[in-house]
Design a binder for this molecule. Structure first.
Ligand code: WAQ
Ligand code: MG
Length: 241
């Protein structure tokens, strides 16, 4: 039997909720106790500050609810500056015939402090999240095996992001995902598509910056959109490596 754990932590600054940290796991019963403890520590000891609020939700999940996906193939693009990294994304989108590639990159660098992602229609350039302040949060994904020591309260950015991206780009109508971490000491980000895989870009922001965001690029109709939102927030996904 497997269990889903969702963690999110926030702090209150001048009456406004600020996202500190969040995590999504699907794990075996025997790993439950130490994983909850590790995520609790991660929330409490995060370098974005001490939280005022931590929510940890545990739910049983059944094998027949799970969708199994192969992890995206990873490649790495080495860049010297964040400008070079952001230019790579812009050129990549342009090569995919996505209009407004520079505006999309600007949206990525200007957005921050969301607990979820921006869902952007590439044809109308409209945002499609139900709540633009929070964004859409992808939940219920993990690996088929332990990717690192569950007792560690430090996060493996690459592994967690690869599972999320694998789920996201397999969603109906998704063209690509763009990501910059909001963790001040993590500057590597990525762009992912189903065909090109997971492309790490070694520098997308300056060290020390708490700005970070995700954008899911969508090209589909109303039915795809309804299915996509359900898929991102409800479908249990196990990623195989
Ligand atoms: N669903 C939707 N959006 C999310 C989720 C989620 N489950 N988790 C985070 N976000 C959004 C939210 O707006 C965050 O502020 C932003 O993404 C960044 O999240 O290969 O650590 O968890 O080495 O800080 C990339 C790894 C790590 C690159 C990304 O993102 C590599 C990372 P963070
Ligand atoms: Mg973060």
């Amino acid at each position: 039997m497997k269990y889903s754990i969702k963690m999110r932590a926030s702090k209150n600054i001048e009456g406004k909720d600020h996202h500190i940290s969040g995590a999504e796991r699907i794990i075996d019963f025997e790993d439950l106790y130490e994983t909850v403890e590790a995520l609790q520590k991660r929330a409490l000891l995060h370098n974005k500050g001490e939280p005022d609020f931590i929510n940890i939700k545990i739910e049983k999940v059944h094998e027949d609810e799970m969708l199994h996906l192969d992890a995206l193939k990873t490649t790495t693009v080495e860049v010297k500056t964040k400008e070079e990294g952001l230019q790579y994304i812009s050129d990549f989108l342009k090569n995919k015939n996505i209009a407004n590639s520079m505006e999309i990159v600007n949206l990525l660098t200007e957005t921050s402090n969301m607990r979820g992602a921006v869902l952007l229609d590439i044809n109308t350039f409209k945002r499609l999240e139900d709540n633009e302040e929070k964004g859409i949060r992808v939940t219920y994904m993990d690996y088929d095996k332990k990717m690192c020591d569950t007792s560690l309260n430090t996060k493996n950015h690459y592994f967690e992001a690869l599972a999320l991206a694998t789920k996201v780009v397999n969603g109906p109508g998704i063209v690509a995902e763009l990501c910059i971490s909001d963790d001040p000491d993590y500057i590597t980000g990525y762009i992912a598509t189903k065909d090109d895989g997971y492309i790490r870009i070694t520098k997308l922001k300056e060290m020390g910056s708490e700005k970070g965001a995700r954008i899911f690029l969508f090209n589909g109709d109303e039915v795809d959109l309804i299915n996509l939102k359900k898929y991102l927030t409800e479908q249990k996904v196990i990623v195989h490596v």
